[in-house]
Structure formats: structure tokens, C-alpha cells
Design a protein around this ligand. Structure first.
Ligand code: SF4
Length: 261
């Protein structure tokens, strides 16, 4: 079942149709909410899984497939921020010869040994260098941590996008994740301006993104598919990821099922 509308901090729910008649909701202009909605429906996979659903909590996509739900725009504003970066960078495709680049294209691939298809839209793939490029927006206070490690979910996400390119007979040899914060831009594996004070800049190398082989990615996906597409409700997310629960649209239902707080 799909996302059908928004909920604000006071518990007021509006369907999308109701929302489009309002000037604003949950503190955001309706145009911004509409853009968030466009992003949400383009990624919705009623009969398969999106790349995003393959990461994080298995219970959440399990519930999202079974009941209509509302999201608080406060927790999904990042989709609007991300769409700004994607729109701007799409213009840069003109720099490349058309047959050397794949950009903003969705691919579908069945996970071997299952009936589940994974789908995901890749940001950019440079054909001559076999490089997959992924764009992320990020808070400024998370930049220094990128020098020590990349978020595990981002590594898996990029690798699953790379695996999806198998559907078009492309091999990914390199992955570059570009991070955009309010202050500056950063790329995995590159020397970057991690403290953007103009008088005293600080440069450091962002951790490179590893490229996993297809067997490892398919094993990971088989486990995820088994966890999400089962008949009984999956266990809640582990304690290390419990921080995502307060923003989850299913938290009330989920906590009733006995998630330890
Ligand atoms: S509240 Fe937490 S454990 Fe429950 S479905 Fe949402 S993310 Fe998963």
C-alpha cells in the first residue's frame, strides 16, 4: 500500500489531494510538498523493492507494502534537498558526448534465487572509465567523519546501483560518491576541503568507496528480500540503527508490536 499523504507534528493528516488545495502544510509551501511527493511516487515499488528499501529496517518496507501511510515532511525534507542537487547536476551532462554517459536512468534486476525485482535510478555512469557516480546531500557537521569512514548504507546503496547496471551489460570498476553540504562539495577517495573557513582551510582525503563483487551484493540482497518479503512481521531494526525510529511513519504500530524503546 502506498504513501497517501502527510502528517504534521500535531497529528493532523491530509491526503495528497487535500494537501494540494492548501497554501502550505507542516510549515512548508505546497510546491515543496509536491516535489517531495513526486520523488516519493517515482521510487515506490509495489511489486518489488527499491534500492532504498533494501537498506535500514526490514520491518518498515514490510509494513509500507501492506498499509496506507502518511509521512511527516519534517523527516523527508532531504528528498527535496536531494532533488535540487540532481536537477542542477543533470545540466552538466552536456559536458559529455551522449554515448559516453548514462544519467538518471532507472534499472530493474531480479535477485537470483528469488522472485523479487530491485529497482533503482542511477545518478551517473561514465562509460569510458566504468565509473558510477552517486550524489548525496549531507549536513556540514558530518563531513569530518567522512575522512574516517563512509556511511555503510551509502557504500551498499552505491554498490547495489552498480549491480543494477548489469541489466545493461555495464561493469562498474570505480564508485565515486559526491557529497554536497551547505558549505562545499566532497568526493569519496579525493582530497577535499573539509573545513571551509576561507582564512584557514583544512584539507583531507575522504575515504574511498569500495566496489563489491556481484556475489557479495547478491548474497546481501537475498537476505534482505527474505527478511522483507516474508509472511510474518520482521524483527525491528537493531539497537545500532534505532535512531531512525523516531522519524518512521510506522513507529506507533511498530512499538505496539513490542520494539524495545
Ligand atoms: S519504528 Fe523503527 S523498528 Fe519499527 S518499523 Fe520503524 S524503523 Fe523499523
Amino acid at each position: 500500500m502506498p504513501l497517501i499523504g502527510f502528517i504534521n507534528d500535531h497529528g493532523v493528516r491530509v491526503t495528497f489531494e487535500e494537501c494540494w488545495k492548501l497554501p502550505r502544510f507542516a510549515g512548508l509551501p505546497t510546491e515543496v510538498l509536491y516535489r517531495i511527493y513526486l520523488n516519493s511516487i517515482s521510487d515506490a515499488r509495489p511489486d518489488g523493492l527499491s534500492v532504498t528499501e533494501c537498506l535500514g529496517c526490514a520491518r518498515r518496507p514490510y509494513l509500507a507494502k501492506r498499509e496506507p501511510y502518511y509521512e511527516n515532511p519534517r523527516f523527508i525534507y532531504a528528498r527535496f534537498r536531494g532533488s535540487m542537487v540532481h536537477s542542477i547536476l543533470e545540466d552538466t551532462n552536456k559536458m559529455y558526448k551522449p554515448d559516453t554517459i548514462i544519467s538518471e536512468k532507472r534499472y530493474f534486476l531480479k535477485v537470483p534465487g528469488t522472485e523479487t525485482t530491485i529497482s533503482g535510478k542511477i545518478d551517473k555512469y561514465i562509460i569510458p572509465s566504468q565509473t558510477l557516480e552517486d550524489y548525496k546531500t549531507i549536513d556540514d557537521d558530518r563531513i569530518k567523519k567522512l575522512v574516517v569512514e563512509l556511511p555503510e548504507d551509502y557504500i551498499w546503496q552505491s554498490n547495489i546501483y552498480g549491480w543494477l547496471l548489469k541489466a545493461a551489460n555495464h561493469i562498474v570498476k570505480n564508485i565515486k560518491i559526491h557529497f554536497f553540504s551547505f558549505k562545499y562539495g566532497y568526493t569519496s577517495g579525493e582530497e577535499c576541503l573539509i573545513v571551509a573557513k576561507w582564512g584557514s582551510p583544512e584539507w583531507a582525503k575522504i575515504k574511498p568507496c569500495p566496489v563489491y563483487d556481484h556475489t557479495r551484493i547478491e548474497d546481501f540482497l537475498k537476505h534482505r528480500v527474505r527478511d522483507i518479503m516474508r509472511s510474518e512481521i520482521p524483527p525491528p531494526v537493531g539497537p545500532d540503527k534505532r535512531w531512525i525510529c523516531p522519524s518512521c511513519p510506522f513507529k506507533e504500530k511498530c512499538w505496539k508490536e513490542g520494539v524495545p524503546k
